[in-house]
Design a protein around this ligand. Structure first.
Ligand code: FES
Length: 171
């Protein structure tokens, strides 16, 4: 059965976030080419996700059909309607990384975080995702974490990496 918007929806944006979203999206009014950079900005303030309410505000302020927002949001894996953690770990699973041990690293992340790929820790700190090539094949196996590439990963490095990432991040 196909996933509907309501299946994915996790509306939890505060009034403040919706207000900030409106201000950001208004900069792209009648400028549809600005949709992707605006969605990046909006997602950053909205807790790493673009829920139904936030998408509605973007559509209204940019004067675009809501379907256009969903189209972009669901096509690009960097966007999500699902609530995600403060830190998103994107582990590359494309061939070069896979051949150099992605599976073992994924299992180490899953064990350390206590979640499976696609899930978020109960404290809301981490989301673990797999993704296609992040352009860091020279240091494979690699992960993209909050815009920073972590390369030459091994299962043994994962626990320490998670600890250092989690320092200072409030649940
Ligand atoms: S295949 Fe993993 S970074 Fe390119």
């Amino acid at each position: 059965m196909a996933e509907s918007v309501n299946d994915r929806c996790c509306c939890s944006a505060t009034a403040e976030v919706l207000e900030q979203t409106a201000a950001i999206a208004a900069k792209g009014r009648d400028r549809p080419e600005m949709l992707i950079p605006i969605l990046h900005q909006v997602q950053a303030i909205a807790g790493n996700s673009i829920d139904h309410q936030v998408a509605q505000v973007v559509a209204r302020e940019m004067r675009l059909p809501l379907a256009r927002i969903y189209g972009v949001e669901t096509f690009y894996s960097f966007f999500s309607a699902k609530k995600r953690g403060k830190i998103i770990i994107r582990l590359c699973k494309s061939a070069p990384c896979h051949l150099k041990g992605t599976q073992g690293i994924l299992e180490a992340f899953e064990k350390t975080l206590g979640i499976k790929a696609g899930e978020t820790t109960a404290d809301g700190k981490f989301t673990l995702e797999t993704c296609e090539c992040i352009g860091a094949c020279d240091v494979s196996p690699a992960a993209l974490i909050d815009g920073v590439v972590y390369g030459n990963l091994t299962p043994a490095k994962v626990s320490e990496l998670v600890s250092s990432l989690g320092e200072g991040v409030k649940a």
